[in-house]
Design a protein. Structure first.
Length: 66
């Protein structure tokens, strides 16, 4: 995951924030907004899955304790 993040951080800005698009940077703002939305969805899904795993672990622990 970190390696892919480094790859995207290295080449993506060169493509979406080109000087010829200044000062509007239409492509850059659209791509930036999409990436931000995807990060929100990914973080929410990770939080949901983490909490679900904790609940399942607690349920299994309480079943074994009984």
């Amino acid at each position: 995951m970190n390696e892919m993040a480094y790859v995207f951080q290295a080449w993506l800005p060169l493509i979406i924030w080109q000087r010829v698009d200044a000062p509007r940077y239409q492509r850059g703002f659209v791509v930036g907004s999409v990436i931000a939305a995807l990060l929100i969805v990914t973080a929410s899904a990770t939080r949901f899955l983490h909490r679900r795993a904790i609940r399942q672990k607690e349920m299994m622990a309480s079943e074994y304790a009984s």
